[in-house]
Design a binder for this molecule. Structure first.
Ligand code: PMP
Length: 283
């Protein structure tokens, strides 16, 4: 496959980064993931805006304007013949002698690659996901999409060992978010609830799109923290992410959600989001 590295499209085997790269040594970098559907990027402007915010938050100059990023992403998608999957972007502070401090002269390392993945009609859409809860061990600026993901790696490994597709991370009895997703519950009255944005969670791009679609569909929305007990007892639970869109949850920590089958809100919002993505691609 073809990788984008520092200004060039190269075969994967030729894409080499210095061991002194601060992304490697300190996780001193940012990443972003956009979905590709029918060969077109989904909600990409919002992903590029979040990339810009994350870079600004850690003081890395954004190496490209959004239009330039989008052109590079589209070219990478084309070169890899990607129809459905994701484009991964990573920008690290660059390579230097190992030291916590750094000078003004570092050149950011920019890497992009594609990953094919079935999103629409993925088996988990029909089966629903079983999830487990784990303590949220992450740092205090989860709104920054940092490549430092060790807490998620550990939590997701435990989830996989328990036969779960995703982990819901918990702090003070409340769900912060999924290991790589935003959590929604549907109340008995049919309102959608998700946690408000703060430093505690990543501002999910799919979260925002789904909230807009839900509002257009006339659903009530409530932004507040969700206790684990509330989620387990909820009529319906689902999670959202760029790489899966909307995934129904059928069990949390072994307890069935609702009747233990994917719920109607998740199904409907998934269909609406796919339709929106396809309509945007036609513009
Ligand atoms: N929270 C976390 C911790 C994530 O890693 C992700 C995936 N990027 C999300 C939420 C969902 O964000 P998005 O909808 O932008 O993919």
């Amino acid at each position: 496959r073809t990788i984008y590295l520092d200004g060039a499209f190269v075969p994967a085997a030729d894409a080499r980064v210095s061991v002194m790269d601060r992304g490697f040594l300190f996780a001193d970098g940012i990443y972003e993931v956009s979905a590709v559907l029918d060969g077109r990027l989904v909600d990409n402007d919002a992903h590029l805006a979040r990339l810009d915010r994350s870079l600004a938050a850690i003081g890395i100059a954004n190496p490209h304007a959004p239009e330039a990023w989008a052109r590079l992403q589209a070219e990478l998608v084309r070169r890899n013949g990607l129809a459905e999957g994701v484009v991964y972007i990573q920008v690290t502070r660059g390579a230097a002698e190992r030291d916590f401090g750094y000078g003004p002269d570092l050149v950011p390392t920019v890497v992009m690659f594609t990953q094919p993945k079935t999103i629409v009609g993925a088996p988990v859409q029909a089966s629903g996901a079983r999830v487990v809860t784990r303590p949220d061990l992450r740092w205090a600026r989860r709104d920054i999409k940092s490549v430092g993901l060790l807490a998620q790696v550990m939590a997701k490994r435990e989830a996989a060992a328990a036969g779960a597709a995703e982990v819901f991370m918990v702090e003070d009895g409340f769900i912060t978010e999924g290991g790589s997703s935003t959590v929604f519950v549907v109340t008995a009255a049919g309102a959608l609830v998700t946690r408000p944005l703060s430093h505690a969670v990543l501002p999910g791009i799919t979260r925002l799109a789904v909230m807009r679609l839900a509002a257009e569909a006339g659903l009530a929305l409530d932004e507040r923290a969700i206790a684990v007990d509330e989620a387990v007892a909820a009529r319906e639970v689902f999670f959202t992410s760029a790489s899966n869109f909307v995934v129904p949850v059928v069990a949390i920590d072994g307890s069935d959600i609702g009747d233990g089958r994917p719920g109607p809100h998740a199904r409907r919002l998934m269909a609406l989001y796919v339709a929106l993505a396809r309509a945007e691609a036609e513009d």
